[in-house]
Design a protein around this ligand. Structure first.
Ligand code: PHE
Length: 454
């Protein structure tokens, strides 16, 4: 029944754009620079790229295989294919992970909305680095404003979700992705032309391997999974909308390349400017928000109107990129509730939106120094980011690899990988080797190292 009802992505381009739309978002533009800044820059970036290619790609293809084969939401997909093993539970874990990310992700998306408003209203005009930092700190800790923006973000997401897969997600992605990319390039050039920008470029490209610790590995690994939207059933849910002709391997590679490219460009946008105006690279989650207004002010000093337009447009596109990712996160839980509880999509979406708003509200409030929203010494916001990005997603990745590498029949894997023998499947053996051995072993080693057991 559910199989007949499932929508499909309309075209090959639609598949790439929608999955890339999920992957490219705040993870690349906001999270990557702040983690790279905290973890030594270039060395982190190298480890990150290695993790995307070596561990992320096989995991992504594995998720595609599970999703397309099962043609169902993440929880049901893993239940169907995982049989009576604990691997059947991966999908449920994914729904929980997705819900946890959705809340605070919408908060950061709301910050982008505030920045559209603030730059359009000219609040950053003439503000130096110190004023911008103060503006952000005041805003971030405000009990009301960030929450209002977050609710708006959720309403927009909700609207797209109830309008269905093909119409909503696909149409949205087609337009926004290329536009964001072009604007990113413009801002990169602007940032690299600032006085003293060279030190930022060196920070990003001249690795200092003495800075590589176990923690750097775990952060880079988590960031690889986070930026690819894997390890929690999101790509699996999207793959359930793939047609039989979608090439799983090359789709994954294309997304991997896009994600790496956007991350590197985001680094090139932030660090030269940060070094130029004297912002510390390890400023944490606020890094891009306290840096960007300085780029627009300083680099476009010769033509303030142009700076104004570029700034507003940039925040608009960043918000839209965040929205496509948020939509994919929302979709995981919505498809789950819709198909498992047999309620309408609209009702399922309403439950997810309401839960997200409550969770997002708490995350946002936790940044205002409220004791009761602090756990293990971290505000709820940071805790959600850490637990999902550095623990649950890589852990989900191990389980997905175990399922595809060891549990599913080789024939099933081969069929999906080669589109039922219509593709040569040149990399099939390499893929199987990676999911069987390389990915699970590497991820476990990184975890053990972090726990101090290695
Ligand atoms: N990959 C998205 C980003 O980089 C975040 C995301 C994670 C989306 C997990 C969906 C699922 O912004």
């Amino acid at each position: 029944m559910a199989q007949l009802e499932r929508a499909k992505f309309g075209s090959k381009l639609g598949v790439i754009l929608a999955t890339a739309g999920s992957a490219v978002g705040l993870g690349n533009v906001w999270r990557f620079p702040y983690l790279a800044g905290e973890n030594g820059g270039a060395a982190f970036m190298l480890v990150y790229i290695g993790c995307v290619l070596l561990l992320g790609m096989p995991c992504m293809v594995s998720e595609f295989i599970v999703g397309r084969r099962a043609q169902a939401n993440a929880a049901r997909a893993f239940r169907m294919l995982g049989g009576r093993t604990p691997l059947a539970l991966v999908g449920y874990m994914g729904v929980i992970t997705g819900t946890l990310i959705t809340g605070y992700y919408a908060v950061v998306s709301g910050w982008c909305l505030e920045y559209i408003y603030a730059s359009a209203a000219g609040h950053f005009a003439g503000a130096g680095p110190a004023e911008v930092s103060r503006y952000f700190a005041d805003f971030e800790t405000d009990p009301v404003r960030p929450i209002v923006w977050m609710v708006l973000v959720f309403l927009a997401t909700h609207w797209v979700i109830v309008h269905g897969v093909r119409d909503g997600i696909e149409r949205a992605s087609k337009l926004m992705m290329p536009a964001l990319f072009i604007l990113l390039l413009i801002v990169v050039v602007a940032s690299c032309l600032l006085p003293g920008a060279v030190r930022g470029i060196e920070f990003l490209f001249k690795p200092d391997f003495s800075k590589v610790t176990g923690g750097v590995f775990l952060s880079a690994l988590g960031q690889a999974f986070y930026s690819l939207s894997i390890g929690m059933g999101c790509m699996c849910t999207y793959a359930s909308y793939f047609g039989r002709q979608t090439r799983l391997g090359s789709s994954a590679m294309q997304i991997g390349v896009i994600v790496i490219l956007v991350a590197v460009l985001s680094g090139l946008m932030i660090f030269p400017a940060a070094f130029s105006v004297g912002i510390k690279p390890d400023s944490g989650p606020s890094l891009i928000f306290i840096t960007l207004p300085n780029v627009f002010r300083e680099a476009f000093g010769f033509a303030p109107v142009l700076g104004y337009v570029v700034a507003v447009l940039f925040y608009v596109l960043l918000t839209l990129a965040a929205l496509t990712s948020l939509i994919s996160l929302h979709e995981v839980s919505t498809a789950f509730l819709h198909e498992e509880l047999h309620i309408t999509r609209r009702r399922a979406a309403t439950i997810v939106t309401a839960t997200g708003i409550v969770l997002g509200g708490l995350c946002s409030l936790s940044l205002g120094g409220r004791e009761w929203l602090t756990l293990f010494g971290r505000p709820l916001f940071e805790l959600c980011d850490f637990v999902t990005g550095q623990m649950l997603m890589p852990f989900g990745g191990i389980l997905i690899c175990l399922l595809v590498g060891w549990y599913l029949s080789h024939k099933l894997v081969r069929d999906e990988f080669t589109n039922w023998g219509t593709l040569p499947g040149r990399y099939l053996r390499l893929f199987v080797f990676c999911v069987k051995y390389v990915c699970p072993i590497c991820i476990v080693l990184i975890f053990l190292n972090q726990l101090g057991l290695l």
